[in-house]
Design a protein around this ligand. Sequence first.
Ligand SMILES: [Zn+2]
Ligand SMILES: [Zn+2]
Length: 334
Amino acid sequence: MLLQKSGVRCSECGKEAVVFQRHTGRALCRECFINDVVSRVRNEVNRFSMFGAKDNVLVGVSGGKDSYVLIDVLFKIHDPGRMGFVLIEEGIPDYGRLEQAGWVKELAKDSGVDLYVISFKEYVGYSLKELVDLSRRRGLKVSPCTYCGITRRRIMNQLARELGFRRVLTAHTLDDEAQTALMNILRGDLLRLVQGHPAGPLLSPLFVRRVKPLRKVYEVEVATYAYLKGFVFQERECPYIQEMPSLRAQLRKYLYRLEMEAPGSLLRFLERVDELVHGLIPKYSSLPELPRCVRCGEPTAYGRKYCKLCELLMELGINKVPGLREEFTLKHTQ
Ligand SMILES: [Zn+2]
Ligand SMILES: [Zn+2]
């Protein structure tokens, strides 16, 4: 995306261009590129009423470039006084969140945003590594990404609800969203497609709406934005990446190739998904409230007695009920 040759002019303002934006065919200078990303995020936030000016939002941060860009853009479009950050420590060997997220702590301190740090160990009693090891010992075929994704989402939702945040914001990009949407369509799971959409219905009062302001920004644009902002970061790859569920891993490769061959494909695809969901909303909005897990009390799928997280834990022989309890002191820096 960064232009190798010099002397190319910005398609918007005529200054020296530094990036070539493949999906629009434009050469852009640093400022016009950053403004373009910010205004696209602002439009997406407004279009789906992701949050309002008075809403307190809890931002899930990982310490990587995606969360850096999310926060940088949010600071331009929302009041930092109405934000909290949550950093989840999964407990993956050689992949310490806290070491990777030094800048989050600094930023939280400088901007007066509360930072909540919570670990899998506190929440479910086991680190991700311990869950994965238990699972392997039992010969289960559950991907580490499954334990991780479900636990992370649960922690963010419960924390936001108990602290009174109106929204949970995550740094998923267009690439992530296109994979997820295509996966749900291929599996025929339209309920999940609609539920995961920013305009979809909330099927339980226990859910805090989770939105993804970067959902129309390409991963490569996020990386470019971070680079142009001088965000220096050696992003370490999660050691469990090879164990990503195979459908997602394949779609990720396929969509990447598709975008290389036909720039703009993922964006057009996600825009059609938005239309599709728009048409489906009336059908799914009249569904009854989701049942609650008999073990932990959190929402679960229709017809289920236990939630997915409890099922996963019970399968591992873990008796502890997941939850934020009073004895879990939320480390809370300001
Ligand atoms: Zn320009
Ligand atoms: Zn449960």
